[in-house]
Design a protein around this ligand. Structure first.
Ligand code: C2E
Ligand code: CA
Ligand code: CA
Ligand code: CA
Length: 275
């Protein structure tokens, strides 16, 4: 029997309402989590492709939910961005990365830390103000902090994004484009924005077994611009070796390490130092 199209329509609206109710509940839960300080940073090492020496780490947020357990960022960052809560969560990330950098240094590891910044944070004047205050507040070194900007929106449409990036550069932070080649990143940005580096998205790293034409293109582009490159999502030895041969110095991925809590990350660095 043929379905009544109206029935389908009703179900669609039910789904939409359910989604809206769920989002509202999630938003309230996130607000509570900010108050209760339920977030944590995990760290994933970034290493040299040739020697597997750790050169930096990416800080990745996790939500340690009292009932749901560990909630990955994909399940709450998009809604945080839609609702504006990203500014408060982002401020927590800024402070936490600054403090982590100082702790790492005290343990003898003066490495850079990458943090993820949502494009919308760039038009929040409190964000740049906080970034400016971090060295005085915590004693961190801005030249050892890298801001990874994902282009899930057109950067040109974010008010004052370019001004903010230029200010951040003056303080000493580095700027890299995350997930390069996906989203809305386009080549003009590379000329107009003060970019220090590029992270090649893992979909292109996955494609290396088919010849890696796009990775080669990105590498030569980065070379011409004098930008550093990190290959993301490296899962096999073949991929890492191909990257070494093709002049990509840095990689990140499960082949080397998953993101881990800070104590495990520092333990990992310590075990490396003793080799
Ligand atoms: P991203 O910045 O592209 O981070 C890399 C993601 O890839 C991480 O997922 C990481 O765990 C995962 N990954 C690393 N190596 C491999 C690999 O070899 N294979 C595979 N399949 N995956 C790998 P995670 O931690 O779940 O983060 C997801 C996204 O959430 C991040 O993507 C980033 O866009 C966002 N995010 C994470 N932390 C923050 C934050 O503090 N602030 C903001 N605004 N966004 C964040
Ligand atoms: Ca990132
Ligand atoms: Ca990425
Ligand atoms: Ca991503």
């Amino acid at each position: 029997a043929k379905r009544d199209p109206k029935e389908k329509c009703v179900r669609f609206h039910d789904t939409m309402r359910l989604r809206r109710d769920e989002n509202l509940a999630l938003k309230k839960d996130m607000e509570r989590a900010i108050e209760e300080d339920e977030f944590a940073l995990y760290f994933q090492p970034i290493a040299l492709t040739a020697s597997s020496e750790t050169v930096s780490a990416e800080a990745l947020i996790r939500w340690l939910h009292p009932e749901k357990g560990l909630v990955p960022p994909d399940q709450f960052i998009p809604l945080a961005e839609d609702t504006g809560l990203i500014n408060r969560i982002g401020a927590w990330v800024c402070r936490s990365v600054a403090q982590a950098q100082v702790r790492f240094r005290k343990r003898g590891f003066d490495i850079s830390i990458s943090m993820n910044v949502s494009p919308w944070q760039l038009s929040d004047p409190e964000f740049t103000a906080l970034m400016m205050d971090l060295p005085d507040l915590y004693g961190c070194d801005p030249t050892k902090i890298i801001l990874e900007i994902t282009e899930n929106v057109v950067l040109g449409e974010i008010p004052d994004a370019l001004t903010a990036l230029n200010e951040l550069k003056i303080i000493g932070y580095s700027i890299v484009i995350d997930d390069f080649g996906t989203g809305y990143s386009n080549l003009a940005y590379l000329y107009n924005y003060p970019i220090d580096g590029i992270k090649i998205d893992r979909i292109f790293i996955n494609d290396i077994s088919n010849g890696g034409a796009i990775v080669k293109l990105i590498l030569s582009l980065a070379d011409a611009l004098g930008a550093t490159v990190v290959a993301e999502g490296v899962e096999t030895i073949e991929q890492r070796d191909w990257l070494t041969e093709n002049g990509c110095d840095r990689f990140q991925g499960y082949l080397y390490s998953k993101p881990v809590p800070e104590d495990r990350f520092l333990g990992f660095l310590e075990s490396q130092a003793h080799i």
